[in-house]
Design a protein around this ligand. Structure first.
Ligand SMILES: Cc1cc2nc3c(=O)[nH]c(=O)nc-3n(C[C@H](O)[C@H](O)[C@H](O)COP(=O)(O)OP(=O)(O)OC[C@H]3O[C@@H](n4cnc5c(N)ncnc54)[C@H](O)[C@@H]3O)c2cc1C
Length: 408
């Protein structure tokens, strides 16, 4: 599992690191703040320019392994690259590796028809459009996706989509052209076959993006997170994904890689937090000594390094397990990383904020936004409790099997 990096990964990692130094860190603030200026929900010419550069350097769609538009990397290879691009919250979109588009491209690759791929996957892979994924609803506990109330009803040659969603990431962007909407198509079917997913063009009459939501005040322009209403939206029947009643199956397939990509990125974010915490501690003096010479601060640094090592090992192991056994069979490793990594990296970033003093809470440093990002992921893509519950189910199943084996 801990083989040296192969030449392709090494080459891409070096190129990504150089790109981050040359273009991302110097422009980070502008890329993240650009929405504060003229057009909050549209991409700036700077973002477009950097995307073109990344693409020209072969640093594009690195996550994608379903065709020639990507580099065909394994999860193990990608995890080492994702850590590099995860160091800045401004970077994933520049490399076309951002949520939720990655998950949506994954869905379209695995389950899309030829025509759906042509119409939506192709421009997404090219970075020409953005997309969103609309599952969560304000009215119901959406961590249990069987609760979802949006209706996807057949009406002749079309479907009619009716419902209210929120936390729909990407929906604020002007370039967001398509939503993958999850809703109930048959409330009388067995519990996990009641839901379907359908591609809804954002320009369809009846789609209303009502308001942006913020995470601790961060609105994350230009993609944003939105509350969206689907008011009797007429969608052609060929927009259904995989078929009626297959929504749950697709949701499971989508979230596996998505969850682990977040963890990979957070390792990079926390690594940078430790670097900046050390630099700050070496530079500042209080009560006659450098912060870096104070026992309390040194304990914190040692603790952060230990915890980050554990988080990295879990993430790499999960990526390796996905390559070896497939996403479904690696679900326990994915769930463990999904619970552990955001919590631990959030703690590391929180400690880095503390060492930075008041500055750490300001937007002069990347830490406050990074903390909000790790905090969100303890709820997004399924709250921690839901993953622990799934882990307990697996563990107890194994325990039962062991007992039965012993009593045979
Ligand atoms: C920044 C951000 C971006 C997001 N992006 C998207 C997106 O693009 N598309 C999308 O559809 N959704 C998105 N979400 C929504 C996210 O996936 C949901 O918030 C999440 O699935 C939880 O659903 P809920 O908010 O309805 O919480 P609820 O289902 O109401 O759960 C509330 C709490 O109940 C507890 N709980 C739930 N189940 C259990 C259990 N089995 N055992 C013990 N406790 C339990 C947990 O503490 C949980 O946090 C995003 C959320 C955020 C914050």
């Amino acid at each position: 599992m801990f083989a040296d990096l192969d030449d392709t990964t090494k080459r891409l990692k070096d190129a990504l690191t150089a790109f981050m130094e040359a273009y991302i860190y110097p422009n980070e603030k502008q890329l993240l703040d650009e929405g504060l200026s003229v057009a909050r929900w549209s991409h700036s010419s700077l973002a477009r320019e950097l995307q073109a550069k990344a693409r020209a350097q072969g640093l594009w769609n690195l996550f994608y392994n379903h065709g020639p538009e990507g580099q065909g990397l394994s999860n193990y290879q990608y995890t080492h690259l994702c850590e590099v691009l995860g160091r800045s919250l401004a970077a994933p979109e520049i490399f076309n590796c951002n949520a939720p588009d990655v998950g949506n491209m994954e869905i379209l690759s695995l389950y899309g028809t030829k025509q759906q791929k042509e119409q939506w996957l192709k421009p997404l892979l090219a970075g020409d459009i953005r997309s969103c994924f609309a599952m969560t609803e304000p009215a119901v506990a959406s961590s249990d996706a069987t609760n979802i109330e949006t209706r996807i009803e057949r009406a002749g040659g079309d479907y009619v989509v009716t419902g209210r969603k929120w936390w729909t990431t990407g929906a604020m962007a002007e370039s967001c052209k398509v939503a993958i909407v999850m809703g109930k198509s048959d409330p009388d079917a067995p519990r996990h076959q009641q839901q379907s997913m359908i591609l809804v063009p954002m320009e369809s009459p009846g789609v209303r993006v009502e308001r942006p939501l913020s995470v601790y005040g961060f609105q994350h322009p230009p993609l944003g997170h939105a509350e969206v209403v689907f008011d009797r939206v007429l969608v052609p029947a060929e927009n259904i994904l995989l078929g009626d009643g297959r929504g749950f199956e697709i949701a499971q397939g989508r979230l596996g890689p998505g969850r682990i990509h977040h963890c990979m990125r957070f390792i990079g974010l926390a690594e940078r937090a430790i670097e900046e915490m050390c630099a700050r501690a070496q530079d500042r003096t209080a009560f006659g000594s450098r912060l870096a010479e104070m026992g309390g601060v040194r304990q914190v640094i040692g603790q952060c390094r230990t915890e980050l090592e554990a988080a990295r090992l879990m993430t790499v192991k999960a990526a390796w397990a996905m390559d070896q056994r497939g996403n479904k069979e690696a679900r326990d490793e994915i769930a463990m990383a999904k619970v552990f990594v955001p919590t631990v990296t959030g703690q590391i970033i929180d400690r880095a904020i503390q060492v930075h003093g008041g500055g750490g809470l300001s937007e002069d440093f990347f830490l406050a936004m990074a903390f909000a990002e790790t905090r969100f992921l303890r709820i997004g893509d399924g709250p921690d409790e839901v993953h622990r519950e799934a882990l307990a189910r697996s563990e107890l199943k194994r325990a039962t099997a062991r007992r039965e084996e012993r009593t045979k």
